[in-house]
Ligand binder design. Structure first.
Ligand code: PLP
Length: 428
């Protein structure tokens, strides 16, 4: 067994936190429950590494759940934030950076002509669904099991991410009425939709039940099913946008949606997200249209400064470089883990990957759940953490590699994975 880290300060903080914050955390998966540990508390982070309050340093594959594509505390982003902060942190009035960020997103994503900036992916999805319902005059929303679209009532049903991690069927506190118009179907299955459907919302690359890429032709199939029924297609690109390529999944697969949501990468580590689409649809929003949406901190100057700086550094070469790095990592992980005799699938789509301990490819939530329920991931997580590698503390999340991860980081991770796999196998 690998020597356990000193975690005394983290444990002390967690005990205090549990008295004043439910579960000790401000977002459930952070509590490390599904991997059977108490979480480390962060002191600082830089590049590929994250450092805890007890002086331990980990190679980080969480990267704030994908919000840090350049790596932590990139000096160029910090400078942009500091410079913005000197001029005030929020005004509740429009700024030039909001215009620039909207222009950058609109010029990067094929189906987006206009965007409204908000502060979280949850908000972006709420607004996208409201636009779809308002514009079509229909109520029903179709979503897919294992896809996560934030924590708003209408789309929490059948959610991935933390909902899946905690094994929650749904959430208490969501009324029957709130989900009466939500239909949950299997991912990689084309739903039967008719004329009461306002929209089909999908993660074009599912990344909240581990990584489940769309089957060939799947997104095209959703596009034509929506067209036939007169429903709108929403691509929730909160993870895939500006992560698998600059134009996200719509560019990668050559399929356009009607509405798009973005978050994570585009805020450069600050709270920022966006909903976008055609001018016709987006002008339905107040003040030009009858669909209401607003936000005190929307388009926040620190967040737009950080987002603009990050997006300015993400040229096509950056995505190719990152993709090559993830390809090396994934190849190494498959080899090192398989060598131990453990059955593993490590799907990759460009810059995203995840690890499923199972012998068959994962195509939907039922497959992902089978892999997670084996409990092997939790053991692997603990063995990796003991070797100073921080993976997502849940079998349902993807891995995020940043542009700051070096070849040596990748090699160290592969070596640790080989050792961990042997340790896990011996423990089973
Ligand atoms: C993270 C995520 C959200 C929610 O974003 P928050 O900023 O956490 O509210 C929505 N959709 C997808 C696909 C996500 O990964």
């Amino acid at each position: 067994m690998h020597p356990q880290h000193d975690m005394s300060k983290s444990e002390e903080l967690f005990a205090r936190a549990e008295l004043v914050i439910p579960g000790g955390v401000n977002s459930p998966v952070r509590a490390f429950r599904s991997v059977g540990l108490t979480p480390f508390f962060v002191e600082s982070a830089r590049g590929s590494r994250i450092n805890d309050v007890d002086g331990n340093s980990y190679l980080d594959y969480v990267q704030s759940w994908g919000a840090s594509i350049l790596g932590h505390a990139d000096p160029r982003v910090i400078a942009a934030i500091s410079e913005a902060a000197e001029r005030g942190t929020t005004y509740g009035a429009p700024t030039e950076h909001e215009v620039e960020l909207a222009e950058v997103i609109a010029s990067s994503v094929r189906g987006v002509a206009m965007v409204r900036l908000v502060s979280s992916g949850t908000e972006a999805v709420m607004t996208a669904i409201r636009i779809a319902r308002g514009a079509t005059g229909r109520d029903r929303v179709v979503k897919f099991a294992g896809c996560y679209h934030g924590h708003s009532d209408a789309v929490l049903a059948g959610g991935g991410s933390g909902v899946a991690t905690l094994g929650l069927p749904d959430s208490l506190g969501v009324t029957k009425n709130a989900v009466a118009d939500t239909l949950v179907v299997d991912y990689n299955t084309i739903p039967d939709i008719n004329s009461d459907v306002a929209c089909v919302i999908v993660e074009p690359v599912a990344a909240n039940m581990g990584l489940v890429p769309p089957d060939p032709g799947y997104l095209e199939g959703l596009r034509s099913a929506c067209d036939q029924a007169g429903a709108l297609l929403i691509f929730d690109e909160v993870i895939s946008g500006f992560r698998i390529s600059r134009g996200g999944a719509s560019e990668h697969f050559g399929v356009d949606a009607d509405l798009y949501t973005f978050g994570k990468v585009i805020g450069g580590g600050l709270p920022l997200a966006a909903v976008g689409g055609s001018q016709d649809l987006m002008r339905e929003l107040a003040p030009t249209g009858p669909i209401y949406q607003a936000g005190t901190l929307s388009g926040n100057p620190l967040a737009t400064a950080a987002g603009l700086k990050v997006l300015s550094l993400l040229d096509p070469r950056a995505f190719d470089e990152l993709s090559a790095r993830v390809e090396r990592l994934v190849g190494g992980l498959v080899e090192a883990i398989s060598a131990s005799g453990l059955e593993v699938q490590v799907p990759r789509l460009r810059t995203l990957f995840s690890i499923f301990f199972t012998d068959a490819p994962v195509r939907n939530f039922a497959d992902a759940k089978r892999a997670a329920d084996s409990g092997v991931y939790a053991r692997f997580f603990r063995s990796m953490l003991a070797r100073n590698i921080s993976l997502a503390p849940s079998a349902y999340e993807v891995g995020f590699v940043s542009l700051a991860h070096t070849d040596e980081d990748i090699e160290a991770t592969i070596e640790a994975a080989g050792e961990s796999a042997i340790e896990v196998l011996e423990s089973l």
